[in-house]
Design a protein around this ligand. Structure first.
Ligand SMILES: C[S@@+](CC[C@H](N)C(=O)[O-])C[C@H]1O[C@@H](n2cnc3c(N)ncnc32)[C@H](O)[C@@H]1O
Length: 474
């Protein structure tokens, strides 16, 4: 399987465990399928799966691992893979773009990609078989690339694996599901959501500005084989500038999500993967989910992707930025909707599941419940709390400078700290000022700010001596 940002590989056991508690639900849609690992796991678990993604390379993965059945393609695919592995290289578009004008692959491997890709195109294969071979080629190229896992840049010194010879392998195509045929589509999520007719819908949209098309532009070009003009050091396809997803924009994300959810909520069970790192706030997500039915959440703590752990480097390889934090929290929301067929039984099952989980691990709680399990702080939160402890009164700008976090992240982490009772927030707007409890009565912040009159009555500093106040300006 290819290296992929936001892949839910580590969540699969939890997701499969969740669906096993809903035996009446026999079909699922994954609207933002990416690597389609979730769809694959659901197909293996016996569901009829529909995987959808906006990008062609993700559609190819879903055609191979979800729509295709092992029994139907394995024999022919193995024969063709053997044939392609004997084929000599023939440099073409791929070699020029990604081995000469940029350095993502060694030219010997680029030439083999060119030759094999042309051969796949010229054979006129039926779609399932064609996509199995395309995925085999994409995965083979992924094993010999020279990147840190995204294609915005290649590494300055060749990655060791880039010197290996490209070799195709048979993808682990999943046998047919007993619940019926599976399918893949290549649509905007909203269009796909309008077609939903499954019992379960899984939502895992992008949560920040990073475009998957730009991060995986080479796979898009390899699959579409449209040989586009390109730009920049990474030789990105021209349409990286114009093909945008609403989910990658601060303004677009939440309205797009709400609209998709409105359609998804026709299914009795909606499962949402949510990371605390993006545009969507937990409170908004929980509020909008609760409009559609009963909600429970499982919280997971994940290591962030490797790029964040090694820091930010300039083209000379010098460290120029600090890593803000290396862990983030992931949540799985379970929404048993009201009104759909099978809704009543699904809601009962969810309640039973939630209770059993709560007893077993204390990790799952009903949204809006009075007692929420104390959670561990992320590294970013710890650095905010430490800065407040060390410096006392701080404006949001000072916090940004000291912690090297962006203002957006500061605001969202402060909101979370307030939600968990570590700091308190008075409802207001615009700018945050943080103070130690003892000095809360003092004037603080910029000269033009009105001084706080008294600590807000709703302050609940439970586990620290720090109070956060938000001053209303203008
Ligand atoms: C967080 S990733 C999903 C990862 C996936 N669950 C996995 O385990 O690999 C989000 C996916 O949404 C896709 N995407 C972005 N905007 C989209 C849109 N408007 N409609 C459908 N898919 C979209 C991206 O191509 C990306 O694959």
């Amino acid at each position: 399987m290819i290296k992929y940002l936001g892949s839910k590989r580590t969540l699969i056991p939890d997701l499969v465990r969740v669906i096993s508690h809903f035996p009446e639900l026999t079909s699922a849609t994954d609207l933002f399928s990416g690597t389609c690992r979730v769809g694959q796991a659901f197909k293996r678990a016996g569901l009829a799966v529909h995987s959808n993604d906006l990008n062609a390379y993700a559609y190819a993965l879903a055609m191979c691992y979800v729509a295709a059945d092992r029994e139907a393609v394995e024999r022919d695919a193995r024969l063709l893979i053997e044939e392609f592995n004997r084929m000599p290289g023939e440099p073409g578009y791929f070699t020029k773009a990604f081995c000469e004008d940029s350095r993502f692959f060694q030219p010997k491997n680029g030439a083999r990609v060119d030759a094999i890709r042309e051969a796949i195109e010229s054979k006129g294969l039926e779609p399932s078989l064609k996509y199995v071979l395309l995925v085999s080629l994409m995965e083979a190229a992924d094993r010999v690339d020279s990147t840190c896992g995204v294609q915005m840049a290649y590494v300055k010194k060749w990655a060791q694996r880039a010197f290996n010879d490209l070799e195709l392998r048979m993808p682990e195509v999943v046998p047919a599901s007993k619940a019926g045929p599976c399918r893949a589509t290549n649509l905007d999520a909203l269009e796909a959501a309008k077609q939903i007719s499954t019992d379960i819908v899984y939502l895992d949209p992008p949560y920040n500005q990073h475009s998957y098309l730009s991060n995986y532009h080479i796979w898009e070009t390899l699959i579409l084989w449209d040989k586009p003009e390109y730009y920049g050091v990474a030789c990105k396809r021209m349409d990286c500038r114009t093909r945008k997803s609403d989910f990658n924009s601060r303004q677009g994300h939440m309205p797009a999500f709400d609209e998709v959810l409105r359609h998804a909520a026709r299914a009795p069970l909606v499962i949402v993967s949510f990371s605390d790192e993006g545009y969507q706030s937990r409170s908004h997500l929980e509020a909008v989910l609760r409009e559609h039915g009963d909600v429970h959440v499982i919280s997971k703590d994940f290591k962030r992707y490797v790029g964040a752990q090694i820091g930010i480097h300039n083209p000379d390889g010098k460290l120029v930025g600090e890593v803000s934090h290396v862990r983030n929290e992931e949540y799985i929301y379970l929404l048993a909707t009201a009104g759909a067929e099978k809704s009543e039984i699904t809601r009962q099952r969810l309640a039973i599941f939630a209770e059993s989980q709560q007893q077993a691990s204390g990790q799952l709680f009903a949204v809006g419940a009075d007692t929420v399990r104390p959670r561990q702080h992320t590294t970013a939160e710890v650095s905010i709390l430490a800065a407040l402890r060390e410096h006392g009164d701080l404006s949001a700008r000072d916090l940004e400078r000291i912690t090297a976090l962006t203002s957006y992240r500061i605001a969202s982490f402060l909101r979370r700290l307030a939600e968990s009772g570590d700091v308190a927030v008075r409802a207001g707007t615009r700018s945050y000022y943080c103070v130690n409890r003892e000095s809360a009565g003092d004037s603080m912040g910029e000269a033009s700010s009105p001084p706080p009159t008294a600590l807000p009555t709703q302050c609940r500093a439970q586990r620290s001596d720090i109070e956060l106040m938000e001053i209303v300006k203008g």
